[in-house]
Design a protein around this ligand. Sequence first.
Ligand code: FAD
Length: 320
Amino acid sequence: MRNLSVGIIGAGPAGIAAAVECKANGISNVVIFEKASKYCSTIRRLYPAGKRVDKNYKGEIFQTEGICTFETEAKEDFLLRMKKYINEYNISIEYNIEINGLEKREDYYILKAGTYLVAQTQAVIIATGVFDKPKKPTYPIPEAIKGRVFFELPKEIPEGEKILIVGGGNTAAELACLLSGKCDVYLSYRRPQFFRINEENLRELEKRKDMIKFFLGTEIKSLEPSENAVKVLFQDGHIEIFSKIFYCLGGSTPKVFLEKMGIEFNNSTPKLDEFGESNLKKVFLVGDIAVKRGSIMFAFNSAHKAVKRLIEKYPEILNS
Ligand SMILES: Cc1cc2nc3c(=O)[nH]c(=O)nc-3n(C[C@H](O)[C@H](O)[C@H](O)COP(=O)(O)OP(=O)(O)OC[C@H]3O[C@@H](n4cnc5c(N)ncnc54)[C@H](O)[C@@H]3O)c2cc1C
């Protein structure tokens, strides 16, 4: 079992930034445990090739607070940037390890993967994101159509199909733009207008307004199997058949996972102080898991704040 100063869970933007901040500030005995086989697995899995990665996201304008930062660029350039951080700061990442247990012992913690004790660590930074748990609709999805209903991008982008995208955020907008021209695209959003979409995505939607059919102010009541397709029944009585449905409703905090670790909640949000420290001493949450609406710059800045606080509040961490 490893003996660490800081054990970080998750090698996304938040986990990598936390490791960079630790290394740059004198904590060298740090390891990230990542359940996938590559860093930034959410971004690799859910962003389409060539996707524009926006610095200012969901209407928020960010100032850089720590070491990690970026300017709006393509997915591939962003991944290279993260690779540079990993190399430059000599970040140690152990892949294919899914941490699902945290145990407090006297003045340190044990990180566990199943029954396997992975590491003994003075402090823990949880940076697991929310996208392993996509938000799903409240109505049931019949078994017969499960192969036609998606919560993330499929490996093969559909062509020549009639597709319904459900959601009103940037992800829904970007997917609608990506598929327009290739498929017959419908976009259903429960509000009468978009309100959280980037200006640039709004412009892209506007450019394609003849290629995308907007169902604004619509709510789906239920889904039913239809011959090689999905029958969608809307609340207003309208019925339409689609070959596939993509839900882009965002992710949700993995409450059970955190509660099992001993993290307390206020309703659906973890109880954290302004630096991301939880009710467990020296256990910080950073990135998407620490906030209602996350973004990459929030992940970078929250990692900076958490590590700075860790060192100020517990200076002994530098000699551990
Ligand atoms: C389609 C889409 C488009 C987006 N576009 C933008 C954009 O343009 N600009 C922007 O700022 N934001 C965007 N976002 C949001 C952005 O991707 C997230 O805010 C950001 O990835 C959060 O970083 P994170 O490190 O907190 O979490 P993640 O990026 O989700 O990383 C979490 C990591 O933890 C790992 N992990 C999870 N559980 C465990 C475990 N138990 N043990 C070990 N490892 C684990 C995961 O495999 C993953 O590698 C977008 C999101 C989506 C889905």
